[in-house]
Every structure is written in C-alpha cells, then in structure tokens.
Design a protein around this ligand. Structure first.
Ligand SMILES: [Zn+2]
Length: 217
C-alpha cells in the first residue's frame, strides 16, 4: 500500500489563472503586429464615428477601428477610385485618390486628404487637404481644410467651395468661402467672389469678383 495515495499532496500551480487573462477586453482598434502594445506612449489621433458622431481616440498607426459608443466599423485606410470604380459613397479617415482618366459623377466622399488626378463630381468633405490636379466641374458641396488648385487646372463650381485656406495656382470659376487666407499665386485666377479673413494676390495673379473680409477688428 502506497502512503502517497492516502494523503495526497494538494497541487499548487504558480501559473497565472487563465480566466483572468481572458477577462481583458479586446481593444477597439487594430495595429500592425510589430507595434502591438509594444509602446505605452503610442501617438494618438481623434476620429469621429461616421454613424453616431462620437469622438474616438485611436493610435496614429491603427489600421481600423470600431466606435466605442455604437460599435460600428470606422474605415481608416486609403481608398483609390479609378475609371472602373462603382463605389459612389466613400467614408474613411484615410486618404482618397482619384486616378487620372476617371470620369466619376455623383460621388460622396468623406476623407482625410483628397487628391484629384481624374474628373469627379459630387459632395466632398476633407478634414485636411484637397489637391486638384485635373480640370473639374463641381455641382455639389466641396469643403476642406486646405484647398490647392494646381497650375493650368480649371475648376468650375456651382456652389461656393468652403475651406480654411486656399492656394490657387490655376483657374477657379466660382465662389470661395475661407475662414483663413486665400492666396492667388502668380499663375492663378479667381473669377468669382471671395469671402475670407485675408486675401493675398501675387503679382500676375488675377481676381474678378467681390472680396468680403470676415476679419473682425
Ligand atoms: Zn459610433
């Protein structure tokens, strides 16, 4: 008879409880593997949920996110729209690039930076830059933080473009409303009304239309 069987020694595990590990909830965002929680001082950015407008703080390098309030998926990655694109609504906190030789009509875009190398019309809302490198005829609402109409590019707009600052190197036919500064560079032309805090016209730059200053003294 073995004495060990009569008085079994209780087994004590020094490993942490698995239950405790499982109780840690998954983060609302995903990161590239090499950065995953390796640094507690990850730079962050604030993005607004497209569904419920809640502000979400996410790491700069996040690839996707889910809203902390409503749980809906928030797109962060870059979107490329080309001649064969059929996605007429694009909402991302990444950049959108419209490729050359595109002729896209009635699109709705909400993005960080918008680069137009092809033709597109619709409603565009950019949190940062909107760079126009190709002739455009806008029918919808265009708003951004910084507008750049590049050299030899002609933009016709039926509604005022809303921006903070604008750099016009090309030709704008239509009105512009800026809360900051509108600069007409030496190759630039605006045929339309400018509402802005400040307007700078370089030598050679042309403006035909009214200027309304919003700055309060
Ligand atoms: Zn939400």
């Amino acid at each position: 008879m073995n004495a060990g069987n009569c008085n079994p020694i209780p087994r004590i595990s020094t490993e942490p409880s698995k239950k405790k590990e499982n109780s840690v909830s998954a983060p609302q965002w995903s990161l590239p593997k090499k950065h995953y929680l390796s640094d507690s001082h990850i730079p962050t950015r604030v993005i607004t949920c497209f569904e419920c407008d809640t502000q979400n703080t996410i790491p700069q390098t996040a690839l996707s996110a889910h809203c902390v309030r409503c749980g809906s998926y928030i797109k962060i990655d870059k979107v490329i729209l080309g001649p064969r694109s059929h996605r007429t609504i694009t909402k991302t906190w990444g950049d959108v690039h419209v490729l050359a030789n595109s002729f896209l009509d009635n699109y709705k875009i909400h993005c960080q930076n918008l680069l137009l190398e092809g033709k597109i019309s619709g409603d565009f809302q950019c949190a940062n830059r909107c760079i126009i490198k190709c002739d455009q005829h806008f029918h919808g609402k265009v708003s951004c933080h910084t507008l750049a109409i590049m050299k030899k590019v002609k933009v016709i707009t039926s509604q005022p473009i809303t921006t903070t600052n604008a750099h016009v190197f090309g030709n704008l036919q239509g009105d512009i409303t800026a809360t900051g500064t509108v600069i007409i560079h030496k190759t630039g032309q605006i045929l339309g009304d400018i509402t802005a805090d400040r307007v700078e016209i370089e030598e050679g730059g042309v403006h035909h239309g009214n200027k309304v200053y919003t700055r309060k003294y």
